[in-house]
Design a protein around this ligand. Structure first.
Ligand code: ADP
Ligand code: MG
Length: 479
C-alpha cells in the first residue's frame, strides 16, 4: 500500500495504525473489487469506506438501514470536519431532496436509506452521476436468517440490473456462511473478496445459567446487577417484560429505562441518548435495541431467555466491552424458554391461509389495517409474492420457518451441552479459537471476584468471615 493511505489515516482520522482487517478491506476496495468485509462490532467498519472515500475521485453512496444510525454517522463525520456529507432520508423536505439530487457530484459521502435508494427518481439521478463506490452497511439486513432482516434491503440488488455500477462494499459483523451467501447472491456481487476477522471477543466472559422459576430468574438478574458494574443492557423478549423489569429495578434504586418498538420514536431516542450520556445505567430492552447502540463502555449484557439464533446472540453480547475492557455476558434460561422463542420468532411468518388471503386481496394493505396480518408479515409477503407463485411462497415460508426453529435449537444446544461457550460461538462462524483467555466462560470456569462492585466484594468477604468464625467454633481453632 502507498504511504498515502497512512497519511490519510493520520491526518484525516488521527489514527496511527489500522485495526486488524481494515487494511485488507481498504486495499481490496481501492483495487475496485466487490468486497464483503466482516469485522466484529466496534472494530471500525466505517473507516473501511471513509478512508477510500478520500482517495477516490467521485462521491460514494452508503446505504444504511436505520435513520438514527445514519444521522449518527453523518454527525460524527461532520465532527471530524467533513463538510461534503449528507443524509438522504425521509426526514428531508421534498425541495431539500430535489436540491441534493441536482447536486450529487458536489458531495463526497452520501448516506441513503434502502427505501430512498430504490425510488426511481433517486436511482435515475444516481445512475447519471459518476460514483466511486457503493457501500451496503449492516449488510446482514439483506439476509432472511436474522431478525434484522429488511425486505427493502433485498431490493437493493435489483437496482444493479442494467447498470454498469461501481464496486460494492458490503459490511457486517455477522459471518455465518448463510448470511455471506445471501449478501453475495442478493447484491449480485462479482467474485467478491471476502475478508473476515476473528470474531472472538477475549474481554467478554460468557455465563449460561439454568434457573427453575421466573422468580429465581428475576432474583438472579437483580443479584447480577447489584454485584457487578453497569452500564448494561438486559435483553428480554416482550415489551411488557421490558417495562416490568424497568419498573422493578427503578424501585431498587437503579437508573434504568425500558426500550422497545412499542414506544414512541421520540421516547426511544431519548433513552438511547440518556444511556449514551451516562444518565442511565441500565436499559431493559427487546431486540429492537440494537444496531444504533453506540456505546463503548457497556460492562454487562444480560439475557433472560434463549435468543433466536447464535448469530443474534453474538450481535447482542457483542455490544459489551467495545472499549476492550472486561465485560460480562450472562444468560439465564429455564425449561419453557425455547417454546417461547419458537413462538416469537416464527409468529410473523405467514402460513398457508394468510398467503392465500393476501393473494386474493385486491388491496392487501387492508389486511394490516384490519389487524389480520402484521406489518412485518405484509412486508415479507409483498416481497415474495411479487416474485413467486402462491404455492412457491408457501414452500419458501415453510423452509424459512424450519430453518428458524433449527437455529433456536442450535442456540439452546450451545447453552446446555456443557462445552466451552466461547469455542462454540467462534466455531459457529467457521472459525478456530486460537487461544482462550483466563476468564473464558461458565463451562471452563470463571473467577469473577475481581470484577465485583466494592460493596459486593465486602459482602463476599463478610460472608467468608462468618464462615470462618463458624468453622473455627466447630473445630475450636483459628483458621
Ligand atoms: P463498527 O462499524 O465496526 O461497529 P465503527 O466504524 O463505528 O465500528 O468504529 C468503532 C470505533 O473505532 C470508532 O470510535 C472509531 O473512531 C474507532 N476506530 C476505527 N478505526 C480505528 C483505528 N484504525 N484506530 C483507532 N480507532 C479506530
Ligand atoms: Mg458500523
Amino acid at each position: 500500500m502507498t504511504t498515502d493511505v497512512y497519511q490519510i489515516l493520520n491526518e484525516k482520522f488521527g489514527y496511527q495504525s489500522f485495526k486488524s482487517g481494515q487494511q485488507e478491506i481498504i486495499e481490496a476496495v481501492l483495487n475496485k473489487e466487490d468486497v464483503i468485509g466482516i469485522l466484529p462490532t466496534g472494530m471500525g467498519k466505517s473507516l473501511c469506506y471513509q478512508l477510500p472515500g478520500y482517495m477516490m475521485p467521485h462521491p460514494i453512496i452508503i446505504i444504511s438501514p436505520l435513520v438514527s444510525l445514519m444521522q449518527d454517522q453523518v454527525e460524527q463525520m461532520k465532527l471530524f470536519g467533513e463538510k461534503k456529507v449528507v443524509a438522504f432520508n425521509s426526514f428531508l423536505l421534498p425541495n431539500e431532496k430535489q436540491q441534493i439530487l441536482h447536486q450529487l457530484p458536489k458531495y463526497k459521502f452520501i448516506f441513503i436509506s434502502p427505501e430512498m435508494f430504490m425510488q426511481p427518481k433517486v436511482l435515475l439521478a444516481l445512475k447519471r452521476t459518476e460514483i466511486s463506490l457503493i457501500v451496503a452497511d449492516e449488510a446482514h439486513c439483506i439476509s432472511q436468517w436474522g431478525y434484522d432482516f429488511r425486505p427493502d434491503y433485498l431490493r437493493i440488488g435489483e437496482a444493479f440490473h442494467n447498470w454498469d455500477r461501481p464496486p460494492v462494499l458490503a459490511l457486517t459483523a455477522t459471518a455465518t456462511t448463510q448470511v455471506i451467501d445471501d449478501i453475495s447472491r442478493f447484491l449480485h456481487l462479482q467474485n467478491p473478496s471476502t475478508i473476515i476477522q476473528s470474531l472472538d471477543r477475549p474481554n467478554i466472559r460468557y455465563k449460561s445459567i439454568f434457573v427453575e422459576t421466573v422468580e429465581e430468574k428475576y432474583n438472579k438478574i437483580l443479584n447480577q446487577i447489584q454485584s457487578f458494574e453497569g452500564p448494561g443492557i438486559i435483553y428480554t423478549q416482550s415489551r411488557k417484560k421490558a417495562d416490568e423489569y424497568a419498573l422493578k429495578l427503578k424501585d431498587e434504586g437503579f437508573r434504568v429505562a425500558s426500550y422497545h418498538a412499542g414506544m414512541e420514536p421520540m421516547d426511544r431516542t431519548l433513552v438511547q441518548q440518556q444511556f449514551g450520556h451516562q444518565e442511565l445505567d441500565w436499559v431493559c430492552a427487546t431486540n429492537a435495541f440494537g444496531m444504533g447502540v453506540h456505546k463503548s463502555n457497556i460492562r454487562q449484557v444480560i439475557h433472560d431467555h434463549i435468543p433466536s439464533s447464535i448469530a443474534n446472540y453474538s450481535q447482542e453480547v457483542g455490544r459489551a466491552g467495545r472499549d476492550g475492557k472486561d465485560a460480562i455476558a450472562t444468560l439465564f434460561y429455564s425449561n419453557d424458554d425455547e417454546d417461547m422463542t419458537v413462538f416469537i420468532s416464527t409468529n410473523d411468518f405467514p402460513d398457508r391461509s394468510q398467503i392465500n388471503l393476501y393473494s386474493k386481496q385486491e388491496n392487501p394493505k387492508d389486511l394490516v389495517n384490519d389487524g389480520i396480518i402484521s406489518e412485518t408479515t405484509y412486508r415479507i409477503l409483498s416481497y415474495w409474492l411479487e416474485k413467486y407463485s402462491e404455492a412457491e411462497t408457501v414452500q419458501i415460508m415453510e423452509n424459512l420457518r424450519h430453518e428458524k426453529i433449527r437455529q433456536i435449537y442450535l442456540m439452546k444446544d450451545l447453552l446446555t451441552n456443557e462445552q466451552c461457550l466461547r469455542n462454540q460461538l467462534v466455531s459457529f462462524f467457521g472459525q478456530v479459537l486460537s487461544s482462550k483467555p483466563l476468564h473464558c466462560c461458565s463451562v471452563c470456569g470463571i473467577n469473577d471476584k475481581e470484577l465485583l462492585k466494592p460493596m459486593a466484594q465486602q459482602r463476599s468477604k463478610d460472608k467468608k468471615h462468618r464462615w470462618n468464625e463458624r468453622l473455627s467454633l466447630i473445630f475450636n481453632r483459628e483458621l
